[in-house]
Design a protein around this ligand. Structure first.
Ligand code: SAM
Length: 233
């Protein structure tokens, strides 16, 4: 068992960042960013905007999904040397349809194998998943989150499971595929879409897939931005 006492070795902080509105960042996240030695980011340009807004200057390293497993060794070395390392994805909570989990898993594996005194901490904050559920007005005692549907292989099987689910299913979709998805969901009784959460054009649209398609057809300017889709049972 690894206990969370004061440690001589480093700390890996997995920090949630805003999903649009730059004010959606916790005081603890800002302090962690200010006090760290280095920030590993899915995209350094995205995090730079946030850091500029809060006048934080830190060494930045890119760590996207493709590099996650490879870079783990370098990060572990730095943690063993006592550094405070932050990982951020482009938006929201790392690991939620975003890189982060492979890095955490590699570091955890090393901690338990060599009994290292390294701490991994969560700095929680925004996520499109929880933001959407909080304003959807559904009974969210139970739900399934499936992230992005596969684009090709496995999509039909996944869609069948979604339609057959007895509890709400939450998924992420891009604007290019939203109309296609609504067509595929015909037959489902009710869908809620939360788009552009925390941004100027934030809106929630609910109805049958056909009704939502009609809405988007009437307002094509709203087929834009980022979407969370909730399919009701
Ligand atoms: N890690 C992020 C989180 O915690 O929500 C999710 C990252 S995932 C790569 C990006 C997807 O999340 C988008 O395609 C969209 O489906 C959803 N998303 C992110 N920001 C959003 C927003 N402001 N409004 C609605 N959906 C959003």
């Amino acid at each position: 068992m690894h206990s969370y006492h004061k440690n001589n070795m480093g700390t890996l902080s997995i920090v949630a960042t805003p999903i649009g509105n730059l004010e959606d960042i916790t005081l603890r996240a800002l302090r962690t960013l200010k006090e760290c030695d280095v920030i590993y980011a899915e995209d350094t340009r995205v995090i730079s905007k946030l850091l500029a807004r809060y006048s934080i200057a830190k060494p930045l390293q890119r760590l996207d999904a493709a590099m996650e497993a490879k870079r783990a060794d370098q990060i572990i070395e730095r943690l063993e040397a006592g550094e405070k390392i932050v990982f951020v994805s482009d938006a929201g909570t790392p690991g939620i349809s975003d890189p982060g989990s492979r890095l955490v898993s590699a570091v955890r594996e090393r901690i338990s194998r060599f009994n290292l005194d390294i701490r991994i901490e969560a700095i929680p904050g925004a996520s499109a998943l929880t933001a959407a559920l909080s304003i959807a007005g559904l009974d969210t005692g139970e739900f399934t989150f499936i992230g992005f549907l596969p684009h090709k292989k496995g999509r039909q099987t996944a869609l069948k499971k979604v339609a057959a689910s007895e509890i709400p299913v939450v998924l992420y979709e891009s604007p290019h595929r939203i109309l296609k998805l609504l067509k595929e969901l015909e037959g489902v009784s009710r869908v809620t879409i939360a788009r552009e959460l925390t941004k100027i054009h934030e809106e929630v649209i609910a109805g049958t897939p056909q009704e939502i398609t009609a809405h988007f057809t009437a307002h094509p300017d709203t087929i834009r931005g980022e979407f969370v889709v909730i399919i009701e049972p």
